[in-house]
Design a protein around this ligand. Sequence first.
Ligand SMILES: NC(=O)c1ccc[n+]([C@@H]2O[C@H](COP(=O)([O-])OP(=O)(O)OC[C@H]3O[C@@H](n4cnc5c(N)ncnc54)[C@H](O)[C@@H]3O)[C@@H](O)[C@H]2O)c1
Length: 333
Amino acid sequence: MSKVGLIGAGGIASAHIKGYQQHADRIGVTAVADAVAETAKKRGEELRATAYTGSMAFREMLANEELDAVDICLPHHLHRDAIVAAAEAGKHILCEKPLCLSAEEAADVRKAVTENGVTLMCAHNQLFMPAVAKARELLQAGTIGTVYEVRTTDSFYNDFDPSSMGWRASSKTSGGGELIDTGYHPTYLMLHLAGGLPVEATAMLSTHRLKFMEGEDSAQVLIRFDNGVVGQLVTSWAYQPAAGTERFSAVGELGSLTSDGTTLSYRLRSGETETFEFEPVDTFVAEIGHFADSLLGKQRPLHTEEEGIAVLGILLAAYEGSKSKVIAPVLKV
Ligand SMILES: NC(=O)c1ccc[n+]([C@@H]2O[C@H](COP(=O)([O-])OP(=O)(O)OC[C@H]3O[C@@H](n4cnc5c(N)ncnc54)[C@H](O)[C@@H]3O)[C@@H](O)[C@H]2O)c1
């Protein structure tokens, strides 16, 4: 069984823990580190794991525990330091989105992971939606031919208020606003479906409703990929999308496919159509199972630091494009 140290035991850790419980034959949390003593103690008891607390918690855990891997569920500005510390301690890594916050941080992450020969998996849970996996399979099989356009949407009415928003309200700790948070999901989904590398991007950012946030609460992003695909992405905490808005879609030379997230249909110009329905899947449980298999050497994680850096590249170019009123190049890291 692979032994995992959980770093950051707040909100999203609950979803990950369910995954460890369901895959207990292959992977489990044996230590937990959180800056807040009460959180560390509660999670330690829940998991029957050794708990570390205080500002040096994860470094002490890395020094004292026999771990195969860590699972990083920290606020965004702390991801780089935790990844580098874990890699230097020789631990494999599952890291919540975003991978990190800047090109400099991304270079540090790649260097630490490569030099220490560890595996890093990005916790991109929506890749485990069955509709996404099927869409990727159809696109790679050439069902709709050469792909021209991909669209993704991830918007919802978020009832955050200043008292409940914590580190997400400040750009220093979140890295931006909604786009680098929830907007990370439709960006990695876009990368996964577009099948190329991002070349340039721009964005219109808005703050429609959550005025107390430093960053945007909504974003519209345009991305060009090196294989000619143009991506269009909408993401918001301010509003629910209009009825009928697709979760993702793709258009190509032979036809198109579209998904509401739970079903998937394609329609070809030849007249052929097909609709797929799927059993619901807990994407976090599937993600932890994938991580367990990756640690056992069964597969490369779907998204490693390489895809994480490409996603970050899109977002940094989108932010730059919005600020400078240009279409910005995706910088090479
Ligand atoms: N995949 C998803 O759908 C999804 C959903 C929510 C959050 N997330 C991601 O998960 C990560 C954490 O978000 P969250 O909502 O759980 O936040 P959170 O604030 O609920 O939890 C963060 C935890 O980290 C702890 N912490 C802060 N500084 C620390 C330090 N120096 N050392 C150890 N612990 C420290 C805090 O005490 C807290 O318990 C973020 O990257 C976020 O984007 C992903």
